[in-house]
Design a protein around this ligand. Sequence first.
Ligand code: PMP
Length: 458
Amino acid sequence: MEPRHSNRTTAERDIDSVLHPYTNLIRHKEVGPLVITHGQGVRVFDEAGKDYIEGLAGLWCTSLGWGEERLVQAASAQMRKLPFYHLFSHKTHDPAVALCDRLLGMAPVPMSKVFLAGSGSEANDTAIKLIHYRANALGKPAKKKIIAREKAYHGVTVATAALTGLPFNHRGFDLPFSGVLRAGCPHHYRFAQPGESEEAFSTRLAAELDALIVAEGPDTVAAFFAEPVMGAGGVIVPPAGYFPKIQAVLDKYDVLLVVDEVICGFGRTGRMFGTETFGIRPDMMTLAKGLSSGYAPISALMVNERVYGPVAEESGRIGVFGHGYTYGGHPVSAAVAVETLNIYAERDILAHIAKVGPVLQDGLAAFRDHPLVGEKRGIGLIGALELVADKAAKTPFDPKLAAGPLVVAKAQNHGVILRAMGDSVAFSPPLVISEAEIAELLRRFGKALDEAHGDLTR
Ligand code: PMP
């Protein structure tokens, strides 16, 4: 029999064989895929050799850009020495230990132990399981409800998708299930009342959180999950005073704070962690993406003694901590992560972000005058422009027009890959991007925005 792929293009074979994540599967049959073949620096290239500036660092992850030879070396050396080993039942290996040790040393607040997994979803899923395990350990089996916010993104496993607060992660999947509570989204532009200052908005959200916990019963509420800057929800930077006010409410009712640093970790917001940028005191922190610059799948969950202590006791009582992934702490991924952290330190990535971050932010701010742009948001090397039909009234576009995806499609034609979250277009380029590359990215994007304006107002 003929092999299925004889004389057929990658795109044709893709349509026949790949079930794509985050894709309209019916539409995909008509439009087909963009086939990316290689990358260098902040650019990736398609089959025809066309270059694209990767304005989202892949999926917010490729912090060091493409072609970083030191990561290739770290992976191949580890692949030769010990391509697989695990951490189950009292085994260990040096790359995992080196990484956990290193992360504890970098932690912005005292942390006790690190659990390694393969993805952001797995790290957050593990956090949820630890919350349950801890509640049982403490003899408070009713204190297990978890609060997450509207527009949150914490992953797509059954449990983490339930925390995620975006409709298309729930629709059709029978999610969320009970036990998940929803808090308000700190999106000042969209959800503040007319004339309400950022501080006043933060105060109101904290009061609403307090009321939610009281209504549910503080003895039933275990934890609050939050991204420092909400990424997939549309790059929502918290309003002034938000986290200290929220933290005070959580402290009052003995509710744990899980900070999801999957996007913000490792420099994205200008400090090493979003936790530092916004003055947060987490009990657990989840890390992924920039941890290995996306070169190998790996994530980490850091827990403080408040979490680790009871969990360890419970495992002693039960006989085993019955949780772990085959690839958790994979030695090749761990070695790549350690080398990634070495590179961030040696090249002083934070100093670079301090230099180029304002170039991106100022460049995005310059689009505020554009007729399509309602709001510019951002900090460090993450930002977004929210598109609106009417600037003065902040009226969104009719969703049928798909204004955000239209701009992103046009940007792709002009050689810049971006992502639309509804009508917010997100920017999160590799952290190593230069000032000249930012200028080029924004120039290409500007052409797309002007073209989309023509189409949308025709
Ligand atoms: N948390 C946040 C904040 C994320 O942005 C993501 C992924 N975009 C996740 C968790 C889930 O990570 P993964 O896709 O690796 O499971």
